[in-house]
Design a protein around this ligand. Structure first.
Ligand SMILES: [Fe+2]
Length: 389
């Protein structure tokens, strides 16, 4: 057995209305001055009152900063730092989707490390632990509340860049499905597919292991049985609960086993074409899986079973291939764009996209099957040629 680490949030609180516990948690952390970090969309929904009320009950002074931009550029972080410096906050509370949570995680370490944020890009470049954080996801997808990486857009070279450090993990993550009830169908669909990709990729990753396999399979079961319901009836509380839990489990698995080629090929689409992360993953998922299946037939057959496919009487190869069918069908059912053409990519863009993706060794080295630049190009081509009628 190889040596492996398993890390997650120090405390995980789950369940409907679990946000009511945030005051007690802030008190346990000894906070005297906290700030909620969020974006303008979340602020307008009125969700923040559910976060602020329990904090007021313990008489905690709390400010709000709603400046996080979608898929945030580094400049966005630098601007927010100007507002945070010298204020002596001892607790940052991130309330929002993946962009908000990633920004909160990195602001906490920017406050305790002297380096420019761009110098923290890469694996374990962060020297000092950050200010305490409590992370509260309002979508079911990114798993950012339990991962120790954070992704930003470098607008100079139009690529996504990641900061990876255990110091990004929060003191507390509160995953309350009641906060996701008003998420619109298109966002539920894209973020839900992102979570499913986390589970499938981490389960079949090179770094997958005993600690993450069961977690990933349970995530696949919960997400595949409830994603359609959550998209088409957002008020279905049981479906939202499954999605919240599935996304959390997928995040725990992703945080420890990592993801692979779907994410590697999706990142250049986000950087250059501003395709939302979940949509980019969903577009590439069937084609990367088709390529990966032969690398681990047993595991892909297990994925098919967890996706609810009836694999009885099938050969291992047939069962494993069911994964590709089931994932394609699910993405179609929830009406996520299915061709690269739908998101503005032209055939001429493909060689450059492949070149960019081939540089993301961190993820490609974790994929169950090695990909050359030519093979990456072929996968983009397949995703481009899809008949969208
Ligand atoms: Fe993702």
């Amino acid at each position: 057995m190889t040596i492996s680490y398993f890390r997650t949030a120090q405390t995980l609180i789950t369940g409907r209305d679990s946000i009511s516990k945030i005051g007690e948690e802030a008190k346990k952390l000894g906070s005297k001055k906290a700030i909620i970090i969020t974006d303008k969309v979340i602020r307008q929904t009125g969700l923040l009152s559910k976060v602020i009320f329990p904090l007021e009950e313990i008489n905690l002074a709390v400010d709000i900063m709603d400046e996080v931009m979608p898929e945030p550029p580094f400049e966005n972080l630098e601007q927010m730092m100007i507002q945070l410096e010298g204020k002596e906050y001892d607790l940052l509370i991130g309330v929002g989707g993946g962009s908000v949570l990633d920004a909160t995680k990195v602001l906490s370490i920017m406050l305790t490390n002297q380096e420019n944020v761009r110098d923290l890009v890469g694996i374990e470049k962060v020297q000092n632990a950050g200010i305490s954080t409590i992370l509260v996801p309002t979508t079911s997808g990114t798993g950012s509340e339990v991962t120790y990486n954070a992704i930003f857009t470098d607008v100079r070279d139009k690529v996504k860049k990641g900061i990876v450090s255990p110091y990004l993990l929060p003191k507390v993550a509160i995953v309350d499905p009641a906060l996701t009830l008003t998420v619109p169908p298109s966002v539920t669909a894209a973020t839900g597919m992102d979570a499913l990709v986390h589970a499938v990729e981490s389960y079949t990753a090179i770094r997958a292991g005993e600690l993450t396999d069961g977690i990933a399979l349970q995530a696949i079961k919960l997400i595949s049985r409830s994603l359609r319901k959550a998209v088409y009836n957002g008020k279905d509380v049981k479906a939202r609960e499954d999605m919240a839990m599935g996304s959390l489990l997928a995040g725990i698995s992703l945080g420890n086993a990592g993801v692979g080629a779907v994410h590697a090929l999706a990142y250049p689409l986000g950087g250059k074409f501003k395709v939302p992360h979940g949509v980019a993953n969903s577009l590439l998922l069937p084609f990367v899986m088709k390529y990966n299946v032969v690398a681990d037939l047993e595991k892909f057959a297990e994925v098919a079973k967890a996706l609810g496919e009836n694999i009885e009487g099938l050969s291992l190869r047939e069962a494993a291939n069911c994964t590709v069918y089931a994932l394609t069908q699910l993405a179609q059912d929830i009406e996520i764009p299915s061709s690269l053409k739908d998101v503005g990519v032209t055939a001429e863009d493909i060689p450059n996209l492949a070149e960019e993706a081939s540089k993301i060794d961190r993820l490609l080295n974790n994929n169950p099957r090695w990909l050359t630049v030519k093979e990456i190009e072929k996968i983009y081509e397949e995703a481009y040629k899809v008949d969208t009628k």
